[in-house]
Design a protein around this ligand. Structure first.
Ligand SMILES: Cc1cc2nc3c(=O)[nH]c(=O)nc-3n(C[C@H](O)[C@H](O)[C@H](O)COP(=O)(O)OP(=O)(O)OC[C@H]3O[C@@H](n4cnc5c(N)ncnc54)[C@H](O)[C@@H]3O)c2cc1C
Length: 345
C-alpha cells in the first residue's frame, strides 16, 4: 500500500489501514516536519473526527490562543462583518488553532505506516493489479511495486496528473501569498477574519493570529498580480484595523485549484484513489475536515476491496458522494448568504 503525501488526507488513509497487517508506506517529498500554508484551524467537525480516529490532540500541537470561536466575513471594506460562530453549528463547540507541521506529524505517527520523507513520487505504470511507482530520494531514482496507490499529494497532485493527463488544463488555479508578522492589529485573535471586497482580493484574503504572530494571506487567479492585491490589503489593514508591522518573520506562496468550487471532483480509477485536495475535496476554508473524511473513506474502501475483490475506486466513489455534496454546499451557501463564490467571480 503506498500513500503519496503526509498531510491530513494521507495520515487519515494510513490510520484507516492501520492494524490490519498490511505494509503501508507514506511518502512525503519534503523533510518532516514540513510547513504547509494553512490557518491550521481545526473546525469542530475536524476535531470530532480526530478525537474519534486518532485520540486526544497533544497540547504541544495547539497554538496560542488555541481557541477559535468562528469566522468573521467582511464582504466590503466599508460594511460590518458577518459573524458565524462555530458554537452555533451542529457540533456545538469552538475550533482549535493548531501548528500545522506538528499536527500533520502527530496524525501520521498514530498509524502503523512507515513514513518516508524526502521522497518524491514521479509517476507510475500499471501492470494488471500491480502498480510500478517511480520515486526519487536523495537525488536517486528507484521503483516500488504496490497493489494500491493513494494520491494524498495536495492541490497540484502529481498522482492526479499521472492518472488523468490533461485534466488539470481545465482547472482554474489561484496563487495564495502569505506573510507572518510580529506586530499589532485591532482584529480579535480568536476569530478567523475573511475579506472578500474585490478592491482587496482576487479571491479572498484572510487574517489569523497564532503564537504571537499575525498571518496575512491573499489570493488571486494565477494570471493576476497577487502582490498588488496583497499590498492593497496591507494598506487597508493599516488604515482600517490599525495594523502595525514590527518585523516580517516569513513569507510563502502556494497554488490552489477551483475543483470543489466548480463541483469538479476526481476520485480515482481502479486501484488508484485520490483523497483530500488531490481529489478536489475542500469545504472552502475547512479543507482539513474533507481531507480527514476522504482519507478515512479511501482506507476503508481499500480494505473492503481486498476482502471482496471489488473495484476499490468504485467503492470509494460511492462512499464520498456525501462529502462531495457537502463541499459543493459550502460554495452554494457562500453565494446565497454572502453573494460571492470567490473562485468563480
Ligand atoms: C492559505 C490557506 C489557509 C487554509 N486554512 C485552513 C484552515 O485554517 N483550516 C482548514 O481546515 N483548512 C485550511 N486550508 C485548507 C487545508 O490546508 C487543505 O485543504 C489541507 O491541507 C488538505 O490536506 P491534504 O492532505 O489533502 O493535502 P496537503 O496538506 O497539501 O498535503 C499534501 C502533502 O503531499 C506532499 N506531496 C506533494 N507532492 C508530492 C510528491 N510528488 N511526492 C511526495 N509527496 C508529495 C506535500 O508536500 C504535502 O505534504 C487552508 C488552505 C490555504 C491555502
Amino acid at each position: 500500500m503506498v500513500i503519496v503525501g503526509s498531510g491530513p488526507a494521507g495520515a487519515s488513509t494510513a490510520m484507516a489501514l492501520s492494524g490490519h497487517g498490511l505494509e503501508t508506506l507514506v511518502l512525503e517529498k519534503h523533510k518532516l516536519p514540513r510547513h504547509k500554508m494553512c490557518g491550521g484551524i481545526l473546525f469542530p467537525s475536524a476535531l470530532k473526527l480526530i478525537s474519534e480516529n486518532f485520540g486526544d490532540i497533544p497540547q504541544g500541537v495547539c497554538s496560542k490562543p488555541s481557541r477559535v470561536k468562528g469566522t468573521r466575513s467582511y464582504m466590503t471594506m466599508e460594511g460590518p462583518f458577518i459573524e458565524m460562530a462555530f458554537g452555533k453549528g451542529s457540533h456545538g463547540d469552538d475550533g482549535i488553532s493548531a501548528k500545522r507541521a506538528d499536527l500533520d506529524n502527530w496524525l501520521c505517527s498514530r498509524s502503523d505506516a512507515t513514513v518516508v520523507d524526502g521522497c518524491s513520487f514521479r509517476g507510475y505504470s500499471g501492470r494488471g493489479d500491480e502498480i510500478l511507482l517511480r520515486l526519487t530520494r536523495d537525488g536517486k531514482e528507484f521503483e516500488v511495486r504496490t497493489g494500491y496507490l493513494v494520491g494524498a499529494d495536495g492541490s497540484l497532485s502529481r498522482v492526479r496528473r499521472s492518472l488523468f493527463p490533461g485534466f488539470d488544463k481545465g482547472l482554474g488555479l489561484f496563487s495564495n501569498y502569505e506573510e507572518w508578522y510580529v506586530g499589532r492589529i485591532d482584529l480579535e485573535p480568536e476569530w478567523l477574519h475573511a475579506f472578500y471586497d474585490e478592491r482587496l482580493t482576487g479571491c479572498f484574503a484572510g487574517v489569523f493570529q497564532k503564537d504571537g504572530k499575525i498571518i496575512v494571506t491573499n489570493g488571486s487567479r494565477l494570471n493576476e498580480p497577487v502582490s498588488v492585491y496583497f499590498q492593497s490589503f496591507l494598506a487597508y489593514l493599516k488604515e482600517s484595523h490599525a495594523l502595525v508591522i514590527e518585523e516580517t518573520v516569513s513569507k510563502d506562496v502556494c497554488v490552489v485549484h477551483d475543483m470543489p468550487a466548480t463541483d469538479n471532483f476526481l476520485t480515482g480509477k481502479s486501484n488508484v484513489l485520490l483523497v483530500g485536495e488531490a481529489g478536489g475535496f475542500n469545504r472552502a476554508a475547512e479543507g482539513i475536515t474533507s481531507a480527514l473524511i476522504t482519507g478515512k473513506a479511501a482506507g476503508e474502501s481499500i480494505l473492503k476491496s481486498i476482502h471482496s475483490g471489488e473495484n476499490a475506486s468504485e467503492i470509494y466513489q460511492e462512499s464520498v458522494k456525501k462529502e462531495m455534496e457537502r463541499c459543493k454546499k459550502v460554495y452554494d451557501i457562500l453565494e446565497e448568504k454572502f453573494g460571492v463564490n470567490p473562485f468563480t467571480r
